[in-house]
Design a protein around this ligand. Structure first.
Ligand SMILES: Nc1ncnc2c1ncn2[C@@H]1O[C@H](COP(=O)(O)OP(=O)(O)O)[C@@H](O)[C@H]1O
Ligand SMILES: [Mg+2]
Length: 185
């Protein structure tokens, strides 16, 4: 069993992946760690890392080689295709995501950028372009990382038939209307 866990930063990828690997004894491949180990970071801008995505893909392929089981986690995982059996896209309601990112002291610009990506289903859309295996969304808003890990495993063990279909378009609409009002002032 190989899987990719992707999603907007703050949706809980690292926590959920760690929990799945702890429960199953599978190797955890963090794309952030792979990027550092294989020197895929072009430069750093404050806390942000600008990554050579093609180099990261090659490094991830090398790390996956010979591994029957693996959990790959990282938001950049949706940007290329990896040999996995399932893709899980973790989601979170924009207000919850904002709280999580504030707690992590993300810069305001980065918070807005990530919230927009989440509202536009960016990781789901881009995953669909690169992966031809089942792509499942899981809403983490009202769940702990342990609960989400358990749900993903239940899905894989066919104990539950479906996960979630999220739609933050009402939030996007609210934000757009707010912006229009501001622009017309
Ligand atoms: N399901 C969850 N519910 C509430 N908080 C969570 C959940 N999953 C993760 N968190 C918290 O949100 C933050 C981001 O989690 P993390 O796993 O690092 O996300 P990611 O790897 O997607 O950026 C952490 O502070 C973590 O403790
Ligand atoms: Mg992470």
């Amino acid at each position: 069993m190989r899987m990719l866990i992707t999603g907007t930063p703050g949706t809980g990828k690292s926590s959920v992946a760690k929990e799945i690997c702890r429960r199953k004894g599978w190797p955890l491949l963090s794309l952030r760690e792979i990027a550092e180990k294989h020197k895929c970071i072009i430069r750093k801008e404050g806390k942000e890392r600008i990554v050579d995505v093609q180099k990261l893909k090659k490094a991830a392929l090398r790390e996956l080689k010979g591994k029957k089981n693996a959990v790959v986690e990282g938001h950049l995982g949706c940007e290329f295709s990896l040999p996995v059996d399932f893709v899980f896209v973790l989601r979170a309601h924009p207000s919850e995501l904002r709280k999580r990112m504030r707690k992590r002291r993300y810069p305001a610009r980065k918070i807005e950028e990530n919230l927009m990506a989440e509202m536009l289903d960016y990781c789901s859309q881009v995953s669909a372009r690169h992966y031809h295996v089942p792509i499942l969304e899981a809403d983490t808003t009202k769940r702990t990382a342990g609960q989400t890990a358990a749900r993903l495993l239940s899905y894989l063990e066919k104990k539950v038939k479906k996960l979630d279909k999220v739609d933050w378009s009402p939030e996007l609409r609210k934000k757009t209307l707010r912006n229009i009002r501001i622009a017309s002032l």
